[in-house]
Design a protein around this ligand. Structure first.
Ligand code: AMP
Ligand code: MG
Length: 367
């Protein structure tokens, strides 16, 4: 465990490169002191900054958060063959009945199903068999065999599985991959764990997906930089009590016969995205932001607006009585190579992000 307490009154003005999101903050410690912890959880480095009255309170809270991450990992991991989600998939394949599941798995699958409905199938955790075929392609540098892809596509969609108070039921061959939402769920749980320990001012960063609580003492918010495909921040936002998550194919892709295949799949076609992109979504929770950041890459900026309308009508993502959903998607126009110039990319963004991006441009011209 790494503990890094900042004592000086104005000691830090930092910019951390965190996947596609950068974070910076100037800290003025008052009665509460700043503590920082980091550990590897769910396969990524997780970093937590929190304000607490004393070291013991901070350490106990951090321990509780790491424990919660471990619990969720043992339920949701796609890499651990003993995880509950993998076991449940095996059992549903063998039985026509509902298979009982834990509350954590129920909640995760219910949320997954909800975002599948809201994004009209662009976010779909049953995409797992297709994800697995394309993961193998990364080693063999060959497209998956077409017959296997066709068979995998048969088990994708809302009508191949069901969930209710009895548990989960699914057709044989259905597999769940909650990799596109699990970090968001864990981040929301992490903040809740801190709040239960009496800590409200906190930020938890799971490698570019962030859950943010109250602002640091004496500040308006946490300053978060949102990066584009060129790995430079395109804008900075002051945020509190939101989730902000990113998605895209910056690092995870395979190139086959000159085509660059992303790790994000369009569940409607079974094909990975081939257009380079990076997305960022701000919502009232990290669960919403995480699922929608993946869906935004699949849908593109235009179609995503329909999902935004559906999220709004369903009463989700409300903050202080108003609807909150900000998004930014940067796509490469053709197969140009990085670094991309402005005319090689297309940016689709909500007015909030548009404003922040032009503010950033103005500021960098001044510099
Ligand atoms: P993220 O980085 O949050 O966009 O999550 C990407 C991960 O979600 C991938 O590595 C896959 O495991 C899974 N995934 C890929 N495509 C989809 C999709 N369309 N819907 C849901 N999950 C997906
Ligand atoms: Mg996601």
């Amino acid at each position: 465990m790494m503990l890094n307490k900042i004592n000086s009154a104005c000691s830090l003005a930092s910019l951390f490169l965190l996947g596609t999101i950068f974070l910076s903050g100037v800290i003025f410690a008052q009665e509460l002191e700043r503590y920082e912890f980091s550990e590897e959880k769910m396969g990524v480095p997780v970093r937590m900054i929190l304000y607490a009255s004393e070291r013991q309170v901070a350490e106990n809270a951090a321990e509780a958060v790491w424990k919660r991450f471990d619990e969720l990992n043992s339920v949701l991991s796609d890499y651990d063959p003993e995880s509950e989600i993998i076991q449940a998939c095996r059992q549903t394949g063998e039985s026509n009945d509902f298979v009982p599941i834990s509350d954590d798995l129920r909640k995760s699958l219910e949320e997954s199903r909800r975002y599948c409905e809201l994004t009209d199938g662009a976010f779909d955790v049953t995409v797992s068999p297709i994800v697995k075929l394309w993961r193998r392609s990364r080693y063999f540098h060959k497209r998956p065999p077409e017959d296997l892809l066709a068979a995998a596509k048969e088990n994708v969609g809302l009508d191949v599985w069901d969930i209710d108070e009895r548990g989960v039921r699914a057709n044989e061959g259905v597999r769940f991959d909650v990799g596109g939402i699990a970090k968001g769920i864990a981040l929301d749980e992490a903040l809740e764990t801190l709040q239960k320990a009496g800590i409200s001012s906190a930020l938890i960063d799971a490698s570019g997906d962030l859950r943010i609580g109250d602002a640091p003492p004496g500040k308006q918010g946490w300053t978060v930089g949102v990066a584009s495909l060129n790995d430079e921040p395109v804008c900075y936002c002051e945020l509190s009590n939101v989730g902000i998550c990113s998605s895209g194919d910056a690092n995870r892709y395979v190139e086959i016969d000159g085509v660059r295949y992303s790790h994000i799949i369009d569940p409607r076609t079974g094909e990975p995205l081939t257009r380079r992109c990076v997305s960022a979504v701000i919502a009232s929770t990290a669960t919403t932001a995480d699922a929608l950041a993946s869906a935004l890459c699949v849908l593109g900026g235009g179609e995503f607006l329909n999902a935004v309308d559906r999220v709004k009508s369903s009463g989700l993502s409300e903050k202080e009585g108003s609807f909150l959903l900000e998004f930014m998607l940067v796509q490469v126009k053709d197969d140009s190579e990085p670094p991309y110039s402005e005319n090689e990319i297309v940016v689709s963004a909500s007015p909030f992000f548009q404003e922040k991006i032009s503010e950033n441009k103005k500021n960098s011209q001044k510099r």
